[in-house]
Design a protein around this ligand. Structure first.
Ligand code: BGC
Length: 435
């Protein structure tokens, strides 16, 4: 595990001894549902760590809570504020190290493997087998949820990261007739908005938000193959290439269209600038749609969505998921199985994803009640999977193991924050972080 240095092998062994009983093997969680004749089980408290604290996110988390409570368990909320989950992961590690992990935690991408490799995760394979997850889930998603062929995480949704959100009124006032399709068109539109007195680009200056914008620029400038080479395979030649130079130059240019109060601003406050007509555009994953929706806005009316410039043929995916910790208590194991089962249910997928801005992770889910942005996302997910345009988001922990992704993220933020740092130096720093 790449955070072994943080944990310490001995510490982890001690933790496992405390949390699971020393000689205990991976205790598979029980498959739901319980036999009909069984007496009603006592309510088990299920502590769930997550970082869904904005308006749209909290509405979505409430759905999960309701679903779990309907199965007779008690939801113990362990919400850690801070978009993108950096704070939540720090808190989770310290809880785990102290031998007291929660029942379940929102963890995704390669980090799932890291926790599994430490022997800390319960297998949810019997629930997955009973409910045929291999048939329900896209392979690209199922693979991430498994360790040694066993499911150790339950996927909640598919978020698309390479979105551009806009306020149609702000665009209209500035004389911008259509959503820009290329970066050149974007800068023409942004100049007009700036001239009209509004902020062209709403941006929250935090590392993960900088990184979110950066990956969309790399995708738009270089295309999915270049993105894969540079930000998934971390190929030094791609990172040192003129295409990366162009991407960094474009990324830097964006800063001139942001406002001076951007530093540290939360992503949902940034979306609020677009919702409130103070800013024209925002580059953010479709959890931002959860904010527009929670504010009562509809796509095509209150707000517009389109793929970030140059990325219509590509899709940066970001799948939220929950891992279950290995626990001794059988009631807790049963509750973990119930939680996993609830997460994949059609009812949950339908209501949760409409609030969250994402699309259901179940293949072939009926999209009739979803809005046009979600419908586009669902179509593009399938199309880009065929064309090779479906790529994992590095900024959202899907592409590269956390320690390396964090180091690259820091290099990108240093570049964004320091106007004197040259593009060539930034390329060197990204390459060094990627080693
Ligand atoms: C998560 C989303 C979350 C967003 C902002 C992303 O990394 O996948 O579920 O809404 O961060 O917190």
């Amino acid at each position: 595990m790449k955070f072994t240095h943080t944990f310490g092998a001995a510490l982890v062994a001690a933790l496992l001894a405390t949390a699971c009983g020393k000689k205990e093997e991976a205790a598979p969680v029980a498959a739901a549902p319980a036999p009909a004749a069984a007496p009603a089980p006592a309510r088990t408290s299920v502590e769930v760590l997550h970082y869904w604290t904005s308006g749209g996110e909290a509405k979505s988390a409430a759905e999960l809570k309701a679903m779990l409570e309907a199965k007779g368990h008690e939801w113990k909320d362990f919400a850690v504020a801070g978009g993108g989950g950096d704070n939540a992961m720090t808190v989770l590690k310290s809880r785990a190290v102290s031998g007291n992990p929660p029942t379940a935690a929102q963890v995704k991408g390669p980090a799932i493997q890291e926790w599994a490799n430490e022997g800390m995760l319960a297998s949810i394979d019997n629930v997955a087998q009973a409910e045929k997850w291999d048939e329900l889930l896209p392979k690209v998603v199922a693979d991430v949820m498994k360790s040694n062929g066993n499911y150790v995480a339950a996927p909640v949704n598919v978020h698309r990261v390479n979105w551009m959100w806009a306020n149609p009124e702000v665009l209209k006032q500035a004389g911008v007739a259509a959503m820009p399709k290329t970066w050149d068109e974007f800068f023409v539109a942004a100049d007009k908005i700036k001239k009209s007195g509004n902020v062209a680009l709403a941006h929250g200056g935090q590392n993960w938000q900088d990184f979110t914008v950066f990956e969309s620029v790399v995708l738009g400038v270089g295309g999915p193959e270049f993105y894969t080479n540079a930000l998934v395979k971390l190929d030094p030649a791609a990172i040192a290439s003129p295409t990366m130079t162009k991407a960094l130059t474009t990324f830097r240019k964006l800063k001139g269209y942001t406002d001076s109060a951007s530093t540290g601003r939360d992503w949902n406050m940034t979306t609020a600038m677009v919702i409130g007509g103070k800013a024209g555009f925002q580059f953010m994953g479709d959890w931002a749609k959860g904010e527009f929706t929670a504010a009562g806005q509809k796509p095509g009316e209150g707000f517009l969505c389109a793929a970030a410039p140059g990325t219509a043929n590509a899709y940066t995916f970001n799948v939220d998921s929950f891992i279950m910790f290995k626990l001794k208590d059988e009631a807790a194991q049963k509750a973990q199985g119930d939680l996993a089962s609830a997460i994949l249910s059609t009812e949950f997928q339908e209501v949760f994803n409409q609030n969250k801005g994402s699309i259901p992770v179940r293949l072939g889910h009926d999209m009739a009640k979803f809005d046009d942005c979600a419908k586009l996302s669902a179509t593009d997910f399938v199309e880009t999977a065929k064309s090779g345009g479906l790529v994992p988001s590095i900024a959202h922990g899907m592409a590269v193991e956390p320690a390396k992704a964090g180091a690259i993220q820091d290099a990108v933020t240093q570049f964004w924050n320091d106007d004197k740092l040259s593009v060539a130096e930034a390329q060197k720093r990204i390459a060094a972080a990627a080693k």
